[in-house]
Design a protein around this ligand. Structure first.
Ligand code: MN
Length: 710
């Protein structure tokens, strides 16, 4: 092997030597050779050979003691994107695991993070987390980004700003979600430096100037140190925590407080050897300085969902200086820095694992178990609920925009989220290019396309399944509007009919007479009168008589002659003012009669319905109705099927109905008389012919004895 080739990876190999064995080191070496050859003479913007970058990324991971496949994938991570050496080549040479990791990183790299809108950026964070099959892909990607941030100086200011912005908006929050605090911090500090260079410098200067602060910090840490020693607590370090410029800046922005006030808070961290020492150190601290009530948090007993463990408390320091104190063990500290990445850490010293850490391990093992058993990392994240947005789904529009919706959302919720008009005109939906019912619950990452019709109207049934407030309120609003519209039209129709019977018409009524009538009723327009008639609040016949009485010509005799109305035609599409009653379930072809119920519109019954005789005591509210010839739609109706009990009876009944392309809405059982059962089945049919078809089909079943509509 060429001596020259070994040089750039020497530091990496020595790091890996701490936790890997010879064959593993050989594999790393191989991956390096392949990457080096593939990148060939490529250089980075800084002018150095390209291979330095993947090595640096692998070093970052090696410092966290990541496993062999991760290190190899890090070395190869830009190969698939930038060179002719592809997925298949990597798979053949290094196996599927490494190849999949490289491919995952390449996919993330190719994702376009164009939008700087905050909402969209947040969605991207979530998408990134959701897209990958293996969490190591994200960790490698984060290491890649970290090295790019460390070498950002080589790029133009415009590029610097864009990449830094993206780091602040996308990568820093992801690192935080995964509990990788060291990454998070470095992303923020470096991102801040490039995005707001002036503000960065001002805050930095202010911190450096604080000489008095440093003295106070030293005083506090010396005092604590002495007290801990006196109690025989084997502390490893007591440190004033470094102030992070970006977090100071964010605090100023969020709380709208001046720099001096933010700087006034002192952060300390005590790192000790054992969990026991953590609690004892806490006692010492509370003894030394008075704790601020309500600020103590025990994340050791109850770790945060991402595995973070520590004791947190706030104290009143010397002269009332506020102190924020964290106490943890060394293991907890390492885990807090690396977060999820700690799982892949080399496990040679299994026996030395502390019980507290074992608990954390357990948690991570569980995560991985779920990740393995769930098909996608989306499910994984949903199942694991690692503080990672468990209640939302992310849906693509056909143009690739991402929408965030509450989980359980349907295509209708999606449509209304895009635009109110899209929701109102929605008639069908495709999910991932396939037609689905509008009530389908959407899943993460699906692409939803809404099909519309300009005259379409929301269906009241949608209210049964939509979950977003926006969809709900828009549907309600639209239905109300629709009902108003339909009632107004119906009212006009009814009034016209009555006037016609009186040999009059709206056109014949003098304008000021009409006006006088409207005024007595306090209506602004005649539409309000129509509406009240249509909805059943006023009787068309009475209003017609009033209006006709204004007419100059003599009243018509037609009334006395027992004038006869033409039946009102219904098409079934009149919507909200027409109610097909559920006592008799009328369907097209049935002789029907209407009843104008107050504030409700028209109830449609079959002429044979038992309720009709009772309704006849209000003859003025009865309307003769007829089905229009081109009546169209789906109508619910009820049949009683009497059958002899037999195994699989209900299934064969269901199947017979299904064969006629008929929907079953509901099935129940009324009587059971010995071996005889009566099913009550509600189906939707187009008309009587369709129903006859269903009945014929059912009668062919041996066990069916009788079928009736009641
Ligand atoms: Mn890279």
């Amino acid at each position: 092997m060429d001596e020259q080739d070994l040089k750039p990876i020497a530091p990496l190999m020595s790091l890996l030597g701490d936790y890997m064995i010879a064959p593993q080191l050989k594999a790393v070496q191989d991956a390096y050779e392949v990457a080096k050859t593939a990148h060939g003479p490529q250089t980075r913007a800084s002018g150095e050979p390209y291979i330095y970058h993947p090595i640096a990324v692998a070093m970052i991971l090696a410092n966290m003691r990541m496993d062999l496949p991760s290190i190899m994938a890090a070395l190869l991570h830009d190969v698939a994107e930038d060179t002719s050496y592809g997925y298949k080549d990597i798979k053949r040479r290094f196996g599927k695991e490494v190849a999949d990791l490289v491919e995952g990183v390449t996919k993330l790299t190719q994702m376009k993070f164009r939008s700087h809108q905050e909402a969209q950026a947040e969605n991207f964070q979530k998408m990134v987390l959701a897209m990958v099959q293996d969490l190591r892909v994200i960790i490698i990607k984060l290491a890649d980004r970290l090295h790019n941030m460390r070498t950002l100086d080589a790029l133009s200011p415009t590029k610097q700003k864009r990449i830094a912005q993206e780091t602040l908006e996308i990568f820093a929050p992801i690192a935080l979600r995964l509990g990788m605090h060291a990454f998070h911090l470095e992303f923020e500090e470096r991102g801040f430096y490039y995005v707001h260079p002036m503000r960065y410098r001002i805050i930095k200067k202010a911190i450096e100037k604080g000489g008095a602060e440093k003295k106070l910090l030293k005083k506090i840490s010396d005092t604590m140190d002495a007290k801990l020693k006196a109690q025989n607590i084997s502390e490893i370090s007591v440190n004033g925590r470094e102030k992070h410029l970006y977090s100071i800046y964010k605090k100023m922005q969020e709380k709208r407080i001046p720099l001096s006030e933010v700087l006034d808070v002192y952060g300390f961290r005590i790192i000790v050897k054992s969990v026991d020492d953590c609690y004892r150190a806490l006692g010492v601290a509370h003894n030394l300085y008075k704790p601020v009530p309500g600020h103590f948090k025990d994340y050791i007993a109850i770790p945060k969902l991402n595995g973070y463990q520590s004791l947190h408390t706030n104290l009143f320091g010397p002269d009332g200086t506020p102190i924020e104190l964290q106490i943890r063990t060394q293991d907890m500290h390492a885990l807090a820095e690396d977060g999820v990445a700690a799982h892949w850490r080399y496990k040679a010293k299994e026996s030395e694992i502390h019980p507290a850490q074992a608990k954390l391990r357990q948690w991570l093992e569980n995560l991985l178990e779920i990740q393995k058993s769930s098909g996608t990392s989306l499910e994984f994240i949903e199942n694991a609920k690692i503080d990672l947005y468990p209640d939302e789904v992310y849906i693509f529009t056909p143009k690739g925009k991402i929408l965030e919706l509450p989980s359980g959302s349907t295509p209708v919720d999606f449509a209304y989220a895009v635009h109110t008009d899209l929701g109102n005109m929605c008639v069908a939906a495709k999910v991932d290019r396939r037609y689905v019912p509008l009530s389908t619950r959407l899943r993460n990452g699906q692409t939803v396309q809404i099909l519309t019709q300009s005259k379409a109207q929301p269906n009241p049934d949608w209210l049964n399944f939509v979950v977003t407030a926006k969809a709900r309120s828009n549907i309600r609003h639209r239905l109300k509007h629709q009902k108003h519209h339909a009632a107004t039209r119906l009212g006009k129709k009814l009034l016209d009919r009555e006037l016609k019977l009186l040999a009059s018409s709206l056109r014949k009524i003098p304008k000021d007479h009409l006006h006088t009538l409207l005024k007595t009723y306090r209506y602004h327009t005649i539409k309000e009168l129509f509406y009240d008639i249509g909805i059943g609040n006023r009787m068309a016949i009475l209003e017609a008589k009033r209006l006709a009485a204004f007419e100059a010509t003599a009243p018509s005799l037609q009334m006395e002659m027992g004038g006869h109305h033409e039946a009102l035609m219904i098409k079934g599409t009149e919507g909200s003012v027409l109610h097909f009653s559920t006592c008799c379930y009328p369907i097209p072809g049935d002789p029907i009669i209407g009843f104008l119920s107050e504030g409700h519109g028209i109830e449609v019954h079959t002429e044979e319905c038992k309720k009709v005789s009772a309704l006849k005591s209000h003859p003025d509210r009865l309307l003769s109705l007829r089905w229009n010839k081109d009546v169209r739609g789906e109508f619910k109706t009820k049949i009683y099927v009497e059958a002899e009990d037999a195994p699989g009876l209900l299934a064969s009944i269901g199947n017979a109905i299904f064969q006629t392309n008929t929907n079953i809405e509901h099935v129940s059982m009324t009587e059971r008389d010995g071996n005889c059962i009566t099913f009550v089945i509600i189906i939707t049919v187009r008309d009587r012919l369709h129903l006859a078809d269903v009945i014929r089909q059912l009668k062919q079943l041996k066990s069916v004895l009788k079928i009736i509509r009641r």
